[in-house]
Ligand binder design. Structure first.
Ligand code: HEC
Length: 118
């Protein structure tokens, strides 16, 4: 898995913007992501990489709309971007991982308990 390609550094974020395919176009109350500021079509539905520390405190309020569960996020990466087909600008490092149920469970356990600051 290439998670650390974007979730890097002390806070586990590279502070850059990507479309990872988590949201469909119609969601988000019309929020088009970074494109709203940059006016570049290549930034459509791109959002800043969030840090991953202490996810256990917000495991059902993830994503830029705070409406995703950790299971949905893991499924999104396993699928290579749930809404991939709708976009031409999914980050090139996002591709289907086809994780098994036990691999998803291991990843969830790591994300919840392996990245705590204290
Ligand atoms: C191409 C860069 C990139 C890669 C690779 C990547 N992420 Fe992300 N990640 C993001 C971005 C951008 C978001 C915000 C997406 C959104 O809200 O639409 C995000 C969101 C998340 C979230 C939700 C965090 C929150 O507070 O909302 C989790 C958890 C996560 N990623 C874990 C992972 C895991 C695990 C992997 C590897 C399987 C991974 N990421 C690979 C860029 C990336």
């Amino acid at each position: 898995m290439n998670c650390a390609g974007c979730h890097s550094g002390a806070n586990l974020s590279d502070n850059k913007f990507y479309n990872v395919g988590l949201y469909t176009q119609g969601q988000n109350n019309g929020d088009t992501g970074r494109m709203a500021i940059s006016k570049k079509k290549s930034d459509f539905m791109s959002f800043k990489t969030p840090g991953l520390r202490n996810l256990i405190t917000k495991q059902n309020t993830l994503g830029h709309n705070a409406d995703k569960t950790l299971d949905e996020i893991i499924d999104n990466y396993s699928d290579g971007g749930t809404h991939r087909a709708e976009f031409g600008n999914i980050a090139p490092t996002i591709h289907a991982l086809d994780l098994s149920p036990s691999e998803k469970a291991d990843l969830k356990e790591f994300l919840l308990n392996g990245l705590l600051t204290n």
